[in-house]
Design a binder for this molecule. Structure first.
Ligand SMILES: *Cc1c(COP(=O)(O)O)cnc(C)c1O
Length: 246
């Protein structure tokens, strides 16, 4: 019996329980398996078990793994800090960039998406099966100015959202955040609630339903995130086990 299979069963139970507690449906919540540092075969195994969303945080690493997985039909998420000079590779390697935190990056992604669109008819093709439409993006919000390295500050969030919504190559769908780590997951609740409130404020400004995605919650705290409205949870360790230390 594979460890990943057992882990997946437990994760699905945890999702069910958390959703039930707040009268949400478990099928509103997408499991994004964070496969960074794990080999391509591990991704294949999770895919065989029905996982259809995967997240990686390094362009280089994902580029080498995806060459071993050309046949897999899944949604590939970039969840790590992205340098603008890697935007061209990012739009070709991922379906969604969940970590946009500045307008210069968004503008670069938009330009590269439009270039890719122009190339789409030419031979060579894209790794991504989906037709080259607008690139899905989420804004990463910095929930804690002391510990967080990436993410947009609260006060700049609305301006960034406004800018991204003007870019024809991108489709802004919601917000993502990584709260500080707490031994006691309950302590992360105010951060998750904050992200949810920021989303509500943006919807007040830009229209109901304009930010449907809240990507929040990781292996040790995703129940709390679900209780606070997460629609996507990003789970690495609980599914794949501990990551090898670099
Ligand atoms: C690594 C990572 C995760 C997964 O963390 P786990 O604690 O292993 O579940 C989630 N989100 C981001 C952005 C990550 O880099």
């Amino acid at each position: 019996m594979s460890a990943i299979r057992d882990n997946l069963v437990r994760i699905r139970e945890r999702i069910e329980r958390a959703a039930y507690k707040v009268r949400r449906r478990a099928d509103e919540i997408t499991l994004v398996a964070i496969s960074k540092t794990h080999p391509a075969n591990t991704i294949r195994e999770a895919h065989e078990l029905g996982v259809r969303h995967f997240g990686e945080n390094r362009i280089q690493e994902w580029e080498s793994k995806r060459n071993l997985l050309p046949d897999l039909d899944a949604t590939w998420h970039m969840v790590g800090h992205l340098q603008s000079n890697k935007a061209a590779r990012a739009v070709r390697l991922f379906h969604t960039i969940d970590s946009v935190d500045r307008s210069s990056l968004a503008e670069r992604l938009d330009r590269e998406r439009q270039n890719q669109h122009r190339e789409a008819g030419k031979p060579g093709g894209s790794f991504l099966r989906a037709p080259v439409g607008r690139m899905r993006v989420l804004i990463e919000v910095k929930l804690d100015s002391k510990s967080a390295k990436s993410g947009v500050d609260y006060e700049d969030l609305e301006a960034l959202a406004k800018r991204i919504r003007e870019l024809p190559g991108l489709e802004l769908r919601g917000l993502m955040a990584v709260p500080p780590y707490f031994e006691e997951p309950e302590h992360a609740r105010p951060y998750f609630r904050r992200l949810s409130e920021l989303r509500d404020a943006l919807q007040g400004e830009f229209g109901a339903g304009s930010f449907p995605v809240l990507s929040m919650g990781m292996s040790h705290d995703f129940e709390i995130a679900i209780e606070e409205g997460a629609t996507e949870i990003r789970v690495g360790t609980a599914l794949f086990g501990d990551r090898p230390r670099a």
